[in-house]
Design a protein around this ligand. Structure first.
Ligand code: ADP
Length: 259
């Protein structure tokens, strides 16, 4: 459905009185690796949700490949979503099921209902082989038949990554995927996801709280603040002034003596 490229043309999104995105224009090419950075509430999640059609623009246009996302028929929207793997902050795994079942559920978007049920309870050897190979790539092949709730937080993140890859996506959207693990684990996970996307030519958009990780692992940073893009460039171009523009406190939070 999508070759992995997206364009936002003058896009605004509102939730009631709140403007989540304001006149945002952005192009992301096939295979690009992009970190979305900026303070909490800046609009990063909303931007990611726009790309797979789970948030709607009130004005402007979102294009996936050549197609206007808002104009897609339900079946085309399903195939767009099947081509986009999502890694959520809260992972959204089923904790009392095995790793294999969670990874295989990544195929649901491309399967019919009965085929999905069958793959859960009587998986084909070839499907299990694929799941195992993906778990091997993320470093936890030996956990294939373990229950998810017996794994560490870092291992669960890897299951979520393997599930997204099982979908055979062209794109990975990751929304603060490392917000809830310790810094060393976060660094490993961001690097792993970046490397996998690079070696497979997948487009990656990842929102990240941690600017240091974004700078270290991504060639392109898109900085959002108050629903607007205030920076779009290479990490080295994010100098002190631009950093302050991105993260400065709102005027009302700065006291009279400037502290
Ligand atoms: P970020 O991911 O950068 O923290 P979000 O995209 O989650 O930012 O949110 C941008 C703004 O939109 C925030 O002010 C947030 O409170 C608001 N917002 C996001 N989603 C909703 C929603 N479903 N309902 C109401 N307001 C929302």
């Amino acid at each position: 459905m999508t070759g992995g490229a997206f364009t936002l043309a003058d896009v605004s999104v509102r939730f009631g009185d709140t403007a989540a995105l304001r006149s945002v224009s952005l192009h992301v090419g096939v295979g690009e690796l992009v970190a979305l950075v900026g303070p909490s509430g800046a609009g990063k999640t909303t931007l990611l949700r726009l790309l797979n059609g789970s948030a709607r623009a009130v004005t402007g246009m979102v294009t996936a490949g050549e197609r206007d996302v808002a104009g897609l028929a339900p079946s085309d929207l399903r195939s767009l979503r099947a081509s986009i793997g999502v890694v959520h902050q809260d992972l959204r795994l089923v904790p009392n099921l095995r790793v294999s079942q969670n990874v295989l559920s990544g195929g649901f978007g491309r399967q019919g209902f009965w085929s999905a049920v069958r793959s859960q309870w009587r998986p084909r050897r070839a499907d299990l082989g694929r799941a195992h190979a993906l778990l091997d790539r993320v470093g936890i092949a030996e956990k294939l038949f373990h229950r998810v709730d017996r794994l560490s937080g870092g291992q669960q993140q890897r299951v979520a990554i393997a599930r997204a890859l099982y979908q055979d996506p062209r794109v990975i959207l990751a929304d603060e995927p490392v917000a809830s693990v310790d810094p060393a684990r976060a660094r490993d996970t961001v690097e792993l996801l970046r490397d996998i996307c690079r070696e497979r030519g997948l487009t990656l958009l990842m929102s990240l709280h941690n600017l240091d990780l974004a700078r270290e692992f991504f060639p392109r940073l898109v900085g959002l603040r108050d629903g607007r893009i205030v920076f779009d460039g290479a990490p080295n171009d994010l100098d002190r002034d631009r950093f302050d523009e991105l993260y400065r406190l709102p005027a009302q939070e700065v006291s009279d003596d400037g502290t």
